[in-house]
Design a protein around this ligand. Structure first.
Ligand code: NAD
Length: 438
């Protein structure tokens, strides 16, 4: 493979992390970063903090930590800004969600209480089950986006930041399909001025970030930055973008189990997935239109991993069903069941049952951190547009027009690490044992 040199800018100075949505995921993320900074906990689940990367041959025994291999911002350099239609500060949100122990949160009370959300660009039309008072006012969507740009500019100035990155950690918006308004930058800007309903609040945040030269990651399944208009804008401003929908919980399990079954050519007759969860995310997903956005994101995973068009006898008739039910007593302690009907040699039937008692935000928080640090790294390497090498983190990875997304977690991890090797001019690792052929 041809080598390319990247001029990697150092990670000097402070990095601002901009978070539309101060809820379960973002408060757990922020509290976790502060806790690790103070030596109160460890960043389990984070590749940027704990992961290693093999370099060269196995005999060379070179396994540096990723954060020592490439220049990444340290946790000490992070500053946080959030927007939310509800005015509670980060300490209150984290306490109410009860994901991290109260005794731990109390030790950080002062610092977390100081993180209060700015008024959000929020419109109930797109998230029907919420209605908070901390909301911006503006005659047009363009005006609202301009207010976000001003918030960002002021935050950068007040905190003396070198760089920023934005990750959408707000609620899942109702289902929207690409339309004319999303087809070009010009149409998008016209639609903002005309208050066109196809422009959702998440798109305004993404627009504000990209216009300000800030990388953007979408942690939710809504369309958001996954449109030609915003992708063109990202290319124009040389901004890296990534999405959609953080891969945690049940889908993480699916993308671990399905590639394994496929690699052994075991067939699947049916996969029934059900979830009960009781946090605000669950409340939002109780609205059928928000659920549709999530359902689309969850359903496509198996189709792409199993490739029924290549293995029709194994996967063509697979019946796949996903259910999400809002059940308040569960809080953030989601429970997901997977009932999988599989078959093997001569059609012999077998079953697999998975009962995952998972804390979604515990799984999502390290992903938000990795995405923020890697997107900032991409920008410092001069990369722009969709960062497919970050598919590892998403349920519905964004890809360039005409390509299909890669969902297999293990291929995604290989791609991520090989991208880092490539950027640093190291040999890619193919796992080919050349010694057999000598
Ligand atoms: N928890 C997970 O593991 C996980 C996994 C994948 C994706 N997600 C997605 O991440 C997002 C956040 O999840 P969560 O569990 O923290 O949900 P949450 O409901 O606790 O937090 C979302 C917050 O976003 C706010 N919000 C809604 N619209 C907004 C807007 N326009 N601007 C600013 N804030 C807005 C809400 O008021 C709420 O406080 C959801 O979209 C969810 O689907 C979460």
């Amino acid at each position: 493979m041809q080598k390319r040199t990247f001029d990697i800018q150092p990670a000097n100075g402070k990095l601002g992390i901009l978070l539309p949505g101060l809820g379960a995921v973002s408060s757990t993320f922020i509290a976790g970063c502060v806790a690790v900074r103070r030596g109160l906990g460890e960043p389990f689940g984070s590749l940027t903090q704990m992961g290693t990367i093999r370099l060269g041959k196995r005999t060379e025994k070179k396994h540096p930590k990723i954060k020592d291999f490439i220049p990444l911002s340290s946790l000490e350099e992070l500053e946080f800004l959030a927007w939310d239609p509800y005015p509670e500060n980060c300490y209150q949100v984290a306490r109410n969600n009860a994901i991290l122990p109260h005794e731990l949160l109390d030790q950080m009370k002062e610092e977390l209480s100081a993180i209060t959300p700015l008024p959000a660009v929020f419109d109930k039309t797109y998230v029907r089950n919420l209605d908070g008072p901390n909301v911006k006012k503006g005659a047009t969507k363009f005006e609202l986006a301009s207010q976000l740009i001003e918030d960002i500019r002021r935050f950068k100035e007040e905190r003396g930041l070198s760089r920023m990155v934005m990750i959408w950690t707000a609620s899942t918006e109702t289902y929207l399909e690409r339309s004319l308004a999303h087809s070009s930058i010009e149409n998008f800007e016209k639609a903002m001025v005309a208050n066109d309903p196809s422009i959702a609040p998440s798109m305004l945040y993404a627009y504000a970030a990209i216009k300000s030269g800030i990388p953007f990651g979408n942690g939710a399944p809504n369309l958001c930055v996954d449109t030609p208009a915003l992708q063109q804008l990202a290319t124009l401003h040389r901004v890296p973008i990534a999405g959609k929908d953080l891969k945690t919980g049940q889908t993480l399990m699916k993308t671990i189990v399905a590639p394994g079954l496929k690699s052994r050519l075991l067939g699947i007759r049916g996969w029934f997935s059900s979830n009960i969860l009781g946090n605000r995310d669950g409340q939002v997903l109780d609205d059928p239109d928000s659920f549709k956005t999530k359902e689309e994101s969850k359903l496509s995973v198996l189709e792409h991993i199993l490739e029924p068009e290549i293995y029709p006898s194994l996967y063509k008739d697979l019946y796949h069903k996903v259910r999400i039910n809002y059940y308040p007593p569960k809080g953030d302690n989601k429970e997901s069941w997977d009932h999988i009907d599989i078959f093997g040699w001569l059609g012999g039937n077998m079953q697999i049952k998975i009962d995952f008692l998972c804390k979604d935000s515990i799984l999502a928080a390290p992903i938000v951190l990795d995405l923020a640090l890697f997107l900032d790294f991409s920008a410092r390497c001069g990369m722009k547009g969709i960062q497919e090498w970050l598919s590892f983190y998403f349920k519905s990875p964004m890809v360039a027009e005409g390509l299909y997304p890669e969902h297999d977690l293990f291929i995604q991890l290989k791609k991520l690490k090989n991208t880092l090797r490539f950027i640093k001019g190291e040999e890619l690792i193919t796992h080919l044992g050349l010694e057999y052929y000598d």
